[in-house]
Structure formats: structure tokens, C-alpha cells
Design a protein around this ligand. Sequence first.
Ligand SMILES: Cc1cc2nc3c(=O)[nH]c(=O)nc-3n(C[C@H](O)[C@H](O)[C@H](O)COP(=O)(O)OP(=O)(O)OC[C@H]3O[C@@H](n4cnc5c(N)ncnc54)[C@H](O)[C@@H]3O)c2cc1C
Length: 415
Amino acid sequence: MLNNPVKTDVLIIGAGPAGAIAAANLHRLGHRVLVLERETFPRFSIGESLLPHCMTYVEEAGMLEAVNAHGFQFKNGAAFRHQDRYTWYDFEEKFSPGPGTTFQVDRAQFDKLLADEAARQGVEIRYKHTITQVNLQGATAQASFTDAEGKPGTVECRFILDASGFGRVLPRLLDLEAPSDFPVRQAVFTHVDDRIAEGEFDRSKILVTVHPEERDIWYWLIPFSDGRCSIGVVATREKIALRKEETLVAQLQRFIAEAPELKHLLRNARFNYMAREIVGYSAKVKTLAGDKFALLGNAGEFLDPVFSSGVTIAMRSASTAAKVLDRQLRGENVDWQTEYEEPLRQGINTFRVFVETWYDGRFQDVIFYPNQTPAVRRMISSVLAGYAWDTANPFVDAPLRRMTALVDFCRQQTP
Ligand SMILES: Cc1cc2nc3c(=O)[nH]c(=O)nc-3n(C[C@H](O)[C@H](O)[C@H](O)COP(=O)(O)OP(=O)(O)OC[C@H]3O[C@@H](n4cnc5c(N)ncnc54)[C@H](O)[C@@H]3O)c2cc1C
């Protein structure tokens, strides 16, 4: 490590939603925070459909007014389609207290807004700074970086929060990665000028379409407020490979052509923008925290995009970690396992049950069951709105047991 390190209390790696929220909260609590971010903002990121629960953390970080004022697409629920079956959950009709609406966002704009808000509050963010190495052995933590000109530098700090997303800086450097429980899935996606006629489509909800024959393949359609939609397909790597085409856009269009209702909805769409793919995004770690470090958001665990839980988990992890770290920096003894890792995993595990039973078709049978009682609908709506930590909800308290019982009931009642 080099001489003359930059000194701070907390180094945050990455200025995405987890990094920006953690930085703002710690700064407000009186700690010196430095955020080093590899890119310049705005930069592309996937994850455009937010859940209402994340607005709790946007508000806590003092960013609600800016987010509300930006003009993002209002969102109040999630709609699901499989062949001729169509249903939706209204997030305002939910079991848990808290916000019932949110937004669908172009992440380049949204992430820049959050980072700029953190900077406006006084947080120092240095862009084009890439963390390359860490040393947690001494009394303080040290991290090496290269700056915009490629020059090396060092940060010395009391604690590192890794909010590097799919960069997964500390899991890689500290050998914390563990094999994911999920098969390798792939997403192919783009933005389109959707040109969907008014009244034909509820723009205030994400539309999740299940492939007509292969129920482990699904599509997202996420409308923005400017006439564009984000459209993507998710399938196992093998199933994506079976539909190989010259370009990613052509491959995505081939998938869309297999889902007649979606194809019809997008019949006038213009595929004007670059398509992208992500393979094997699910990630797991041996631990979410250790001596002088904690992992936030995607740098820790990422399950699956199907219920749009990523940004909410990222923000919740940032909020929880900032509170625990504040106490530690003030000299209190804290236990990261019981105060950070275990509580965070409660919600991650709730989502895990929903994701697993989605892909094997069980939760799909619940979603499309037409006679669900309003009470059960509110409990499910709550989890889909991001309230996956409210143990007063039976589907959070005992997710697998409750889900299994509900699946059995719905399947028995369905002719
Ligand atoms: C196909 C797909 C669809 C998804 N859809 C949704 C959705 O609809 N809704 C939702 O909520 N979530 C969704 N997600 C998940 C979502 O993308 C993530 O959960 C979310 O972006 C995590 O935020 P973060 O702050 O942890 O990381 P990020 O937003 O990824 O931010 C990490 C930052 O760290 C920086 N960084 C990386 N390495 C370094 C380094 N070495 N040094 C310095 N900086 C570094 C990066 O440049 C980046 O800016 C989806 C994910 C996938 C794969």
C-alpha cells in the first residue's frame, strides 16, 4: 500500500442505490464517509422496477422529495399474464403498513439522482476510482484504488462497506463467494419505444408474462414515463442458447414471438436501442459481514429478478448496516451477525421461497388462482410490495410452510 493515504471513517465501494443510501445516512449521523465509484454517472444499470418498501429508505436518506419530483413512471402494482389468464396485485391493498406506491425508473437517471442527493447533503463521491485491493489485517482497514488517470492511491479507514453490486469486490478479494442455489439463468433485454395505445396497457404496473408452454421462462415489461418500456426475457442458459440469433435484439424478438399476447402488445414497438444480456447473475456469500467490513446489496446476495426485489434489498441492507456501524463507530459493541446478517436474511429468505416456487410453477398456480380470499391476497401483495421482513405476515414468518399449504389449497380447488 502507498504512503499518504486518504483518511476517512468509512469507505464505501460503489455509488449505486446501496452505496448512496448508506453514505447519506452515515454522513447525517456525523461520520466521515468517502465513496469511490468505478464509473462516471449516469451509467447503465438493470433493475428498473422498484418496490414500494424501498421508498421507506429513500425517505430516511432525505431523498424522497427529489425522487418524487423527478417525473419517473408511477407504479402501484404488478400484473401477471399466462396465455389467456391475467391478474394483478394492487400494492396499496397490502397487509403491512408503509408506502403502497413507487416508481419505474431508468436506472441511469435514478442512480445519478440518488448519488447527487448524497453529494448535495455533503458526501464526497469520487468517480472513475476503482478499488483493486484491500488489507483488513491491521488496526485500520486499507484499500488501494486507481483513479481516473490510472494513478494508484490508498484509503485508510475504520470500516469498509462494499456496495459494488455485480463488481462483488470484497467477495472476490476476501474469498467469500459461495455457490448459488439457483441454476444459471440468463436475461436478454433492451428498451423500446413501445407505442402501445392508451388504454391497452396499465402503465402503472410491471407486466410479468409467463411463456405459454415453458413456465420457467418469463418476460418483464416495465413502462417508463417517456413512452419507452424496458422489455426482457429470463430463461436458463440452455433455453436461451436454443434460440440463438444473429443479434441479441433478434433473439429477444424471437422469444417475444413465442408469447402471442406480448407480441400483440408490442406489435408497433420500435426496437431502437442496444440490447444487453446478463448470464448467471445469482450470487451467494459465506458471510455478509466480518472484521471491518460488511457487504451491501448485490455485493452480498442476489437471488433473481422476478419479483423486482434487488433495489429494495440493497436499500434495506444499506439502512440496517448504517445503523449498526454508527453504534460501532461510537464505541459500542455490536454483533454484525445478529444485528445485520440474520435480520437481513429473514427477508432474503422470504423472497427465496417466492422465487423457488415461481420457477417450479407452484407460486404461479397461486397467482393465477381466481378465488383467492382478500386476506391472503393482501399478505401476498405485501411481500410483492417488498415487505418481506414484517413477521406479523404469516407468509414472512413461515414462508415455505404457508406457501406449501396455499399451493395445495389452490391446486385442489382448480379443476
Ligand atoms: C436481469 C435483472 C433484472 C433486474 N430487475 C430488477 C428490478 O426490476 N427491480 C429491482 O429492484 N432490482 C432488479 N434487479 C436487481 C438490481 O439490478 C440490483 O439488485 C441493484 O442494482 C443492486 O444495487 P447495488 O447498489 O447493490 O449495486 P449497483 O447498482 O450495481 O451499484 C454498484 C456500483 O459499484 C460500482 N463498482 C463496481 N466495482 C467497483 C470497484 N472495483 N470500485 C469502485 N466501484 C465499483 C459499479 O460501477 C456500480 O455503480 C435486476 C437484476 C437483474 C440481473
